[in-house]
Design a protein around this ligand. Structure first.
Ligand SMILES: *Cc1c(COP(=O)(O)O)cnc(C)c1O
Length: 341
C-alpha cells in the first residue's frame, strides 16, 4: 500500500486521525462481532458509566516496519491478557484474547499506509480501550460496554539521541495499597496529572513514586516502570503489587537473561539503594527505555554514574537488543513478533 505523505521523522506523540478503527459492542451480556469503521466520533448518553464513574481501561502497543519490510506488532497477546486483568478489576466484561489479537491485526492492516517506513524511528501506536457506555447514575458497573482500537502514527521518541532525564521523588502517591496500581486504567492517570504538571513546573521530567504505605520503596513513574543496573552489572527491577506489569520491562528481563547473560533480580527496591546503582532507566512501550541521569529527593541529588550525556552501557545494550528484536534485526524469542503482512 502506498504510504501517506507524512514527515515521519518529525512526528511528535500526538493524535493523528487514521482511516479505520475497530469497534465492538457488549450488549445483553455478549460481545457482537465487531467491525472496522470510519467514524472517529462516539455518541453516548450524557450519563454513560465512563463519564460518571470513570469505568474505562486501556492498552498501548505499536506496529513497526521491520528491516525486511514486514509490518509487525510486538507481543499483542500480553496486551490482551493485561486488558483482561484490568477489566476484571473494574467489573467489566472480558474481551476475548483471540478476538483482541485479531482486531489489532485488522486495524494495522486497514491503516498500513500510516505504518512508518523502517529506519524513520516512527511507529504506528495502537490504543485498545473499553468503557461503560450505558447510563449509570446509582454507583454500579455499567451493563453495556464498547471496545475500540484506534491507531495513530507517532514520531521517534528521542529526537537526536536519548538524553538522560532528571526525576523527582513525588510527594503524591500514584496507587493505594490494595488499590488499582497494577491495572491499566484511566483513573490512575487522572490522579497523576497534578503530580506530573507540578513536577514539570519545578523543572523535572518525571516523578518517582514510592510505595504508598511506607514510602521507602521504589514503585514506578506515572506511565513507565523502573530498571536499575548495579555496579557489578546485575539488572534490578522493582517488584510490588501496585506496579503496572509493563510488557517492556518483562521483555527486558528476558533479554537480560537470555541474550545478554545478565543476572536479574526482581525484588523490592529500597529508595535507600538508589544511590548505589550504576545505571537507571524508565521503560515502557513509548520510549522502550529512557535513561535517568539524576534523581532528586527534596533537594538531595543522586547523580547516576552513567551521567547526563548518554545511556549507561548496560542500559544501551538492553535498548539495542530489544529494539533490534522489534525491528527484525535480531532473532526474536518465539511468539514475540506477530507479522501482519
Ligand atoms: C502502560 C504503563 C507502563 C508501561 O507498560 P508497557 O506495557 O511496557 O508499555 C508502565 N506503567 C504504567 C503505569 C503504565 O500505565
Amino acid at each position: 500500500m502506498e504510504k501517506k505523505n507524512i514527515d515521519w521523522a518529525n512526528l511528535g506523540f500526538g493524535y493523528v486521525k487514521t482511516d479505520k478503527r475497530f469497534v465492538a459492542n457488549f450488549t445483553n451480556g455478549a460481545w457482537d462481532e465487531g467491525a472496522l469503521i470510519e467514524d472517529d466520533m462516539i455518541v453516548m448518553s450524557e450519563c454513560a458509566g465512563v463519564l460518571q464513574y470513570a469505568q474505562t481501561v486501556f492498552e498501548g502497543l505499536k506496529a513497526y516496519t521491520t528491516e525486511k519490510g514486514n509490518i509487525v506488532v510486538f507481543r499483542p497477546d500480553l496486551n490482551a491478557e493485561r486488558l483482561e486483568q484490568s477489566a476484571l478489576r473494574l467489573e467489566m466484561p472480558v474481551f476475548p484474547k483471540d478476538k483482541f489479537v485479531d482486531a489489532v491485526k485488522q486495524v494495522v492492516k486497514a491503516n498500513s499506509a500510516y505504518v512508518p517506513p523502517y529506519g524513520t524511528g516512527a511507529t504506528l501506536y495502537l490504543r485498545p480501550y473499553m468503557f461503560g457506555i450505558n447510563p449509570v447514575i446509582g454507583v454500579k458497573p455499567a451493563d453495556d460496554y464498547q471496545f475500540r482500537i484506534f491507531s495513530t502514527p507517532v514520531g521517534p521518541y528521542f529526537k537526536g539521541g536519548a538524553k538522560p532525564i532528571t526525576i523527582k521523588v513525588s510527594d503524591f502517591d500514584r496507587a493505594a495499597p490494595h488499590g488499582t496500581g497494577h491495572i491499566k486504567a484511566g483513573l490512575n492517570y487522572a490522579m497523576s496529572l497534578h503530580a506530573i504538571v507540578t513536577a514539570h513546573k519545578e523543572g523535572f521530567d518525571e516523578n518517582m513514586y514510592l510505595d504508598p504505605s511506607t514510602r521507602t520503596k521504589v514503585e514506578e513513574t506515572g506511565g513507565a516502570n523502573f530498571i536499575f543496573v548495579t555496579k557489578d552489572n546485575k539488572l534490578v527491577v522493582p517488584k510490588s503489587p501496585s506496579i503496572l506489569p509493563s510488557i517492556t520491562r518483562r521483555s527486558l528481563v528476558q533479554v537480560a537473561k537470555d541474550y545478554l547473560g545478565l543476572e536479574v533480580e526482581e525484588r523490592e527496591v529500597l529508595f535507600e539503594e538508589v544511590k548505589d546503582f550504576a545505571e537507571a532507566g524508565l521503560c515502557g512501550t513509548a520510549a522502550v527505555i529512557s535513561p535517568i541521569g539524576k534523581i532528586v529527593d527534596h533537594g538531595k541529588e543522586f547523580c547516576l554514574p552513567s551521567g547526563m550525556e548518554q545511556m549507561g552501557p548496560t542500559t544501551k545494550k538492553l535498548y539495542d537488543t530489544l529494539t533490534g528484536i522489534q525491528m527484525g534485526r535480531i532473532e526474536a524469542p518465539k511468539g514475540w513478533i506477530e507479522v501482519i503482512e
